[in-house]
Design a protein. Structure first.
Lengths: 117, 115
């Protein structure tokens, strides 16, 4: 149980294009999902908290207009990197919890490697 | 704000040897602590978690961790390492209050296992 699927796993695109990454909870409903960014050989940095039916909460320093998050249903959250540039190249990971609460472990997708040429 | 420190960036052990990965946290209240493992190019898998109660917690794959409040530590241990344990390990602390559910990760420790 508690499977989180992320798609695509790898995407390469030209500078200036927009890229959408999907995060799905396959066997449970997730009111809250989280989006992280991981640079090579570094830890995960929380970008935003995605709440079903409401606006995402972004961490300080993360551009809301650059990284659009939509959480339209209890099983799907999307992250769109708009007008992507080479500096946006990174590994993006989403996670979801079975229930709300800081004591609930998060279950992670397998990540999306984004490469902007 | 909470923080997590993993002092060892890279650890190398021989297969069959014991393992201890260090984790120190800083948090004003009772922490919720987690250990995750990440294989190259993949997401994170939960190894174990501590919320309350017994300070020695058992996880998957033969791992255990001990919460020591006096030392603000949550070290991960395994008595006998297998080659398949080679990966990167992250310690994390969960926030409460208005930031509930958010995780703060340590820098990670890369484990190399020699045959």
């Amino acid at each position: 149980g508690a499977v989180v699927s992320q798609h695509p796993s790898w995407v390469i695109c030209k500078s200036g294009t927009s890229v959408k990454i999907e995060c799905r909870s396959l066997d449970f409903q997730a009111t809250t999902m989280f989006w992280y960014r991981q640079f090579p050989k570094q830890s995960l940095m929380l970008m935003a908290t995605s709440n079903e039916g409401s606006k995402a909460t972004y961490e300080q320093g993360v551009e809301k207009d650059k990284f659009l998050i939509n959480h339209a249903s209890l099983t799907l959250s999307t992250l769109t990197v708009t007008s992507a540039h080479p500096e946006d190249s990174s590994f993006y990971i989403c996670s979801a919890s079975l229930a709300q609460g800081s004591n609930q472990p998060q279950h992670f997708g397998d990540g999306t490697r984004l490469s902007i040429l | 704000a909470q923080s997590v420190t993993q002092p060892d960036i890279h650890i190398t052990v021989s297969e069959g040897a014991s393992l201890e990965l260090r984790c120190n946290y800083s948090y004003g209240a009772t922490p919720y602590l987690f250990w995750y493992v990440q294989s190259p190019g993949q997401g994170l898998q939960l190894l174990l978690k501590y919320f309350s109660g017994d300070t020695l917690v058992q996880g998957i794959k033969g791992f255990e961790a001990e919460f020591k409040r006096s030392q603000s530590s949550f070290n991960l241990r395994k008595p006998s390492v297998h080659w398949s344990d080679a990966a990167e390990y992250f310690c994390a602390v969960g926030a409460g209050g208005t930031s509930y559910g958010k995780l703060t990760f340590g820098q990670g420790t890369i484990l190399t296992v020699h045959p």
